[in-house]
Write a protein that binds this ligand. Structure first.
Ligand code: FAD
Length: 514
């Protein structure tokens, strides 16, 4: 068996360059004599998808692991801080009586050592009537609502009292990663792969490029986006469509200027539900990224554009939306012989909750840590495929959770989404258990979950799910302790507001830091 020395990554979007940087840092990079050599080939003609501006907190440890400092990242990628997602009109349509939004914060519910778990007490009303779980259990909602940042000016890189991720400009992010990757020793080739040659055993023998002839490697990483030139076109790994569960399949995207350059920047993604999908609204430093993700089975492109323009208002005048077609689903087998898919070539489950980049981080991490140095890739492939498949299954359930609990009946999109036949059995089982007790960490297998237990809890109760808690699930003796903790969180939220800078001031401070 021939040892693995060379990796060829095909594709230079977020998936390609993030994987290249991660592998260069983990496996030795092209510069080290004993290290694995990494080459990235990208087409000068085929652009990157250029969307994907919201992330999950895992991105902080990924950026730290690849060695980019936070100020440089914020400055060069027009990045801002994301403390969660505000969901407007997901439970009921605009104007209907009842709460019109809920918040999914990234910070975990507070729990003092030895103190009671707060959720069962919140379910029993100990936090007070009408106070959402996300507000009762963490300070973060109040901080984010006030457009304050998640960290102080003097906090260390990638650290702060609130958990956070970022919004950034996807094109600038790919450019930063490319520059950084080259500095880590990644060889960069600009060429279009025209043909993939297979050997007698069905593995990739080499790829033929228009500009530089044949390129060979021990391991090929397919980061060619929805095209999936290696894993799909050449190796034929089947694509499992998920459009019977997740209906959105089109997007219209716009880059919208701020009314004034010193306008406050929201420190969360705003996700607003509409008749046939939802809009994302992401505040970067000098513009907003806004898009309508919708189901083409439930509306027309003309109507979708109307909805998007109505949402944006006058700021959309004179702007033309970019149209994108989404392949919703994933490949059960993402590592075939000597080829592994990362990014859109492996799968995509719509932009909600930023699973795209999170799944790229996971795949790069797995390749880096399971790397088959001795050339025996079959057992590694089996493990990679199992871990990625299970992760995708759970992300599907988590995304569907946002839709299937809606009380909206104002359009077929929403009634179809709550039809039990569109809900995976694995999610139906979870919901059945949570009718009499709240989600517990034992419901989740840590190594294959992208979203922590708290994310499920915030979304579940944000969507007004009813858990009929058994009276003995909360020991009455602990009720006073829980009430004191809720009061403490409310009080500390006031201190946090005084302590944490306005979001724009935090961003400007990092941009000025060299
Ligand atoms: P791409 O960016 O498409 O890159 C493909 C690369 O392959 C390019 O460099 C291209 O030149 C190269 N290539 C293709 N064919 C060849 C060839 N034959 N030869 C050589 N090179 C080739 N994710 C999130 O985490 N958060 C979000 O908020 C989010 N929002 C999204 C919104 C929309 C509407 C969509 C569609 C996606 C969103 N995503 C989001 C997903 C995210 O954009 C992607 O996961 C991410 O950008 C990775 O893309 P990629 O690198 O796989 O593909």
């Amino acid at each position: 068996m021939k040892a693995f020395h060379n990796v060829l990554i095909v594709g230079g979007g977020t998936a390609g360059w993030l994987t290249a940087c991660y592998l260069a840092r983990t496996l030795g990079g092209g510069a080290g004599a004993a290290g694995v050599s990494i080459t990235l080939v990208e087409s000068p003609e085929i652009g990157i998808i250029g969307v994907g501006e919201g992330t999950f907190p895992s991105i902080r440890s990924t950026l730290a692991a690849i060695g980019i400092d936070e100020a440089r990242f914020v400055r060069e990628c027009q990045a801002t801080f994301k403390q969660g997602v505000r969901f407007n009109n997901w439970v009921r349509p605009a104007g209907a009586p009842g709460a019109d939004h809920y918040f999914h914060p990234f910070s975990q519910p507070s729990q003092r050592q030895g103190g009671p778990e707060l959720l069962p007490h919140w379910l029993q009303g100990t936090a007070g009537a009408g106070i959402p779980f996300a507000q009762a259990a963490t300070m973060q909602k109040r901080v984010a609502d006030a457009a304050h940042g998640p960290k102080r000016l003097a906090d260390a890189d990638y650290a702060g009292p609130m958990n956070y991720a970022y919004h950034f400009d996807a094109g600038r992010f790919a450019a930063l990663l490319a520059e950084h990757g080259r500095s880590l020793g990644v060889r960069h080739v600009q060429a279009t792969v025209e043909r993939v040659e297979l050997d007698a055993g069905g593995a990739i023998a080499c790829v033929h490029t228009r500009e530089h002839g044949a390129l060979g490697a021990d391991l090929y990483v397919d980061c060619t986006g929805f095209r999936a030139a290696l894993i799909g076109e050449a190796l034929g790994s089947p694509f499992r469509k998920m459009d019977d569960v997740l209906f959105v399949d089109r997007a219209l995207a716009m880059q919208v200027p701020y009314p004034a350059l010193d306008a406050p920047i929201p420190s969360y993604t705003i996700s607003t539900a509409h008749e046939a999908g939802w809009t994302w609204d992401i505040g970067l430093q000098q513009r907003r990224g806004i898009g309508y993700v919708y189901s083409s089975r439930h509306t027309t492109i003309e109507r979708a554009e109307q909805v998007l323009r109505q949402y944006i208002g006058a700021a959309a005048d004179g702007l033309t939306p970019r149209q994108l077609k989404l392949n919703i689903g994933y490949r059960d087998v993402q590592w075939v012989k000597n080829c592994v898919a990362v990014g859109l070539s492996g799968g995509f489950l719509e932009p909600l909750e930023s699973s795209g980049i999170g799944l790229i981080e996971t795949a790069a991490y797995l390749i880096g840590h399971l790397f088959p140095f001795n050339g025996d890739s079959a057992p590694v492939a089996a493990q990679f495929n199992r871990l990625m498949r299970e992760r995708y299954e759970r992300v599907v359930d988590f995304i569907k959770l946002h839709y299937c609990l809606s009380q909206r009946t104002d359009s077929a999109f929403w009634t179809d989404n709550t039809d039990p036949r569109s809900i995976p059995a694995s999610l139906r089982d979870k919901l059945a258990m949570w009718r009499c007790r709240p989600p517990h960490r034992l419901d989740f297998v840590a190594d294959v979950e992208m979203y922590p237990t708290s994310s499920w809890q915030y979304v579940l109760y944000g969507m007004e799910f009813a858990t009929g808690l058994h009276p003995s699930a909360c020991h009455p003796a602990r009720r006073d302790e829980a009430a004191a903790e809720f009061a403490m969180i409310a009080k500390l939220a006031g201190h946090a507001l005084a302590d944490l800078p306005p979001h724009r001031a935090l961003v400007e401070h990092l941009c000025e830091r060299r």
